[in-house]
Design a protein around this ligand. Sequence first.
Ligand SMILES: Cc1cc2nc3c(=O)[nH]c(=O)nc-3n(C[C@H](O)[C@H](O)[C@H](O)COP(=O)(O)OP(=O)(O)OC[C@H]3O[C@@H](n4cnc5c(N)ncnc54)[C@H](O)[C@@H]3O)c2cc1C
Length: 205
Amino acid sequence: MDVTLPALKEVGSQEATHTFSIASAPHEGALMVATRMRDSSYKRALGSLPVGGEVLIGPPQGQLVLPEGPERPVAILAGGIGITPFRSMLLDAAHRGLPHRIVLFYSNRRPEDAPFLDELQQLERRNPHFTLVATMTQMERSLHPWKGERGPIDLAMLLRHRDPGMAPVYYLAGPPAMVYALRSLLTGNDVKDADIRTEEFYGYG
Ligand SMILES: Cc1cc2nc3c(=O)[nH]c(=O)nc-3n(C[C@H](O)[C@H](O)[C@H](O)COP(=O)(O)OP(=O)(O)OC[C@H]3O[C@@H](n4cnc5c(N)ncnc54)[C@H](O)[C@@H]3O)c2cc1C
């Protein structure tokens, strides 16, 4: 959904609106967005909003919803803050006890940079249909222990954790360069365009 900051609109800024994914699940009762704070005019204005300050939000858009039927497994490929729409979908699937088999490939530089990692690890323990494959690309700069995957999401990693049943439907979100690279990896390996849903987080280079 589009989130407009009235403070920027009043000074005539063209950059008063940013698009954000809804990170909360419907049952949580409040709308949540999550972002990386950076030194842009929008993020500065966002950071100085008081608690209870007003923003304008547009209607929800997009196609990141689970398939109606549970027959096809779901493979989610997320980079960093690209996790936001999937947090919503994963919490909703667990809350409603949906039978969809879901594998989340979640790539970050380090565990300490990975939004919602603890929560996703807990969710994996709660939902037997959900597998978390978190991978770290810069563990040499981390102070945390890490026993999971390392390196960027690649074909070998996807195959190592592939569901043995039907071919999955793929969902991708993150920085545009990552989404484009993963989409071409998939289409280059005979995944049909119709089986890939993407959301590019423009603004993250
Ligand atoms: C569908 C969608 C969902 C998103 N969900 C999230 C989310 O959940 N959390 C989150 O943090 N971010 C999300 N984003 C990205 C978000 O809208 C901002 O672009 C991002 O937060 C960077 O903002 P910034 O103020 O840090 O940088 P900015 O200074 O606004 O942007 C940095 C650079 O990106 C360019 N840019 C900005 N927007 C676009 C655009 N639409 N197309 C092409 N270039 C552009 C700017 O010209 C600038 O050069 C989403 C984007 C899309 C399209």
